[in-house]
Design a protein around this ligand. Structure first.
Ligand SMILES: *Cc1c(COP(=O)(O)O)cnc(C)c1O
Length: 412
């Protein structure tokens, strides 16, 4: 038998910003037998998860669930509402925004990629250190006097950088320009960790995935669809069959799908919804904000810059850390993985080798994050990086002096 050393003693520290650790409760729920996807039990499960997931997106409208990774749901979103050659306004916040733009090109659309020009003092692109600039979007839409642009596409939580964007501001920019473009948002890594409101923010299509804030394994993904987007899908001409919303939404009325859905992942989703809605979304968001602040306190104590250069839009999901000139962030990650069984996120695209990412999302807690900070601190020291101070102490200090929302609730 092939010997793979995949399971050293103790728990692996899976601190990448997705897949995030899957709670035991969810793993157990997924171990139930696979059932008849046309039978009555399945219909009840389908109805439950379809209703629950709408609460997570904060929408009254349909959420379509696909047995696919987030990338599939990106394609589904574009395929349903676009026609060949359509102009789309996309915004470069980082690697995931770039991948989505490349997909739009491959699908035969005409994406225009807005960004903040230039590099800053770190030598890294400014656009990859800041959120979406809604005023740039508004100015571009105002110039589009014959209304050629069919959609504005932005990433809510840019997982490659640890920067969030103000989606409500993008909606206001579209409205201020009086432009009819759809607003399409990738919240694959933001959903169920960072505050997100599909209806209130006037989003037409929100794309998400299972393996980040929802704490599930990879394998299912979502499109939340506004009535305006649903209307657009009836006349849009890109080919769509498997991804087509209409047949799925129709069958979903009874809790079923037009094909064999991902039964065991839906058991997991049902459990995840119980956990998240049981805790309450405001508590979930507060928990992530606090974790982000604690981890950033550590990075600040080390004296290293965060990838996010705008304190107003730090991600509550992950923190990107820029390594000093000459320190290969991937070599550092490899060392930390080998020595301490801790996985960190790599620098993607334009950030390769220049930074690493620390995930603080989903099924975690204070001590897990202090351990992550300790692993990184040991790695930095072993690599010879001069640190201004102890991140471990700073994180402990932060968590000890800022009680968790759940602890406050119990004490009240
Ligand atoms: C993870 C992620 C994706 C890609 O999702 P896959 O499930 O890997 O296909 C896209 N966008 C963002 C913002 C992500 O975090």
């Amino acid at each position: 038998m092939l010997q793979l050393d995949l399971h050293p003693t103790g728990r692996h520290f899976l601190q990448i910003p997705g897949p995030s650790p899957v709670p035991d409760r969810i793993l157990r729920a997924m171990s139930l037998p696979t059932i008849d996807h046309r039978g009555p039990e399945f219909g009840a499960l389908g109805l439950k998860v379809l209703a629950g997931i709408r609460q997570i997106f904060q929408t009254r409208h349909p959420v379509v669930i696909y047995p696919a990774s987030g990338t599939g749901a990106w394609e589904a979103a574009l395929a349903n509402v676009m026609s060949p050659g359509d102009a789309v306004l996309m915004y470069e916040t980082g690697h995931f925004a770039t991948l989505w733009q490349k997909m739009a090109l491959r699908l035969g659309l005409a994406p225009e990629f807005l960004s903040l020009p230039g590099v800053d003092e770190t030598g890294l692109p400014r656009s990859w250190r800041h959120g979406v600039q809604a005023d740039l979007i508004e100015a571009r839409l105002r110039q589009d006097t014959d209304r050629k642009i069919r959609a504005v596409c932005v990433v809510h939580n840019e997982t490659s950088t640890g920067v969030t964007s103000d989606i409500a501001a993008v909606r206001r920019a579209i409205d201020a320009a009086g432009h009819p473009a759809l607003l399409m948002v990738d919240s694959i890594s933001g959903l169920a960790s960072a505050d997100y409101r599909h209806d209130e923010w006037g989003v037409d299509v929100t794309i998400s995935g299972s393996q980040k804030g929802l704490m599930l394994p990879p394998g299912i993904s979502f499109n939340a669809v506004s009535p305006k987007a649903m209307e657009r899908s009836k006349t849009a001409k890109l080919p769509k069959a498997f991804w087509a919303w209409d047949e799925i939404v129709e069958m979903n009325q009874g809790g079923y799908w037009p094909y064999t859905p991902n039964t065991n992942l839906l058991y997991g989703l049902s459990e995840s919804l119980d956990m998240l809605l049981g805790e309450g979304l405001p508590q979930v968001f507060a928990r992530h904000q606090r974790w982000g602040a604690g981890v950033r306190a550590a990075v600040k104590a080390w004296g290293l810059p965060t990838q996010c250069a705008d304190p107003a839009v730090h991600s509550p999901v992950l923190t990107g850390v820029i390594t000093p000139e000459g320190v290969d962030a991937d070599a550092l990650r490899r060392l930390i993985h080998e020595r301490f069984d801790l996985s960190l996120g790599t620098g993607l695209g334009k950030l390769k080798g220049r930074m690493f990412r620390m995930g603080h999302l989903g099924d975690s807690n204070d001590l897990t994050l202090v351990a992550m900070v300790a692993g990184v601190e040991m790695g930095l020291k072993l690599t010879g990086v001069k640190l201004a101070g102890s991140g471990v102490h700073a994180a402990m200090e932060y968590f000890a002096s800022h009680a968790a929302p759940a602890a406050l609730k119990k004490a009240a």
